[in-house]
Design a protein around this ligand. Structure first.
Ligand SMILES: [Zn+2]
Length: 103
């Protein structure tokens, strides 16, 4: 089953857009990022497959960590993202990026 990655996602009281950013890895040495003030998750547009999925989920956990003040260390958001991606895969769920556009 495919689940569409939403263009906008509301987490707590805040709404974040999701968009592809060209050359994010080259420019900022990260495959994804979250900008809280401007309210968006950016994912490098050259990333594909499970690496892209994990990077996106990592940023979702970054938002949760900040908004709920969970005080998780950064590596733990990688672990949570990886674990949640495996959970989705075991349920037969894949992320569909077809509605996400370039910044
Ligand atoms: Zn991070």
């Amino acid at each position: 089953m495919n689940i569409k990655v939403p263009k906008k996602i509301k987490i707590c009281a805040h709404t974040y857009d999701t968009k592809f950013i060209l050359n994010l890895i080259l420019d900022d040495r990260t495959d994804a990022m979250v900008h809280h003030r401007l309210g968006y998750i950016g994912v490098d547009s050259t990333r594909t497959g499970t690496m892209r999925d994990e990077a996106y989920l990592h940023e979702v956990f970054e938002i949760i960590n900040r908004l709920w003040n969970c005080q998780l260390e950064h590596d733990n958001m990688d672990r949570l993202a990886e674990g949640f991606l495996v959970f989705l895969q075991e349920l037969g769920i894949t992320l569909d990026w077809s509605e996400i556009e370039d910044a």
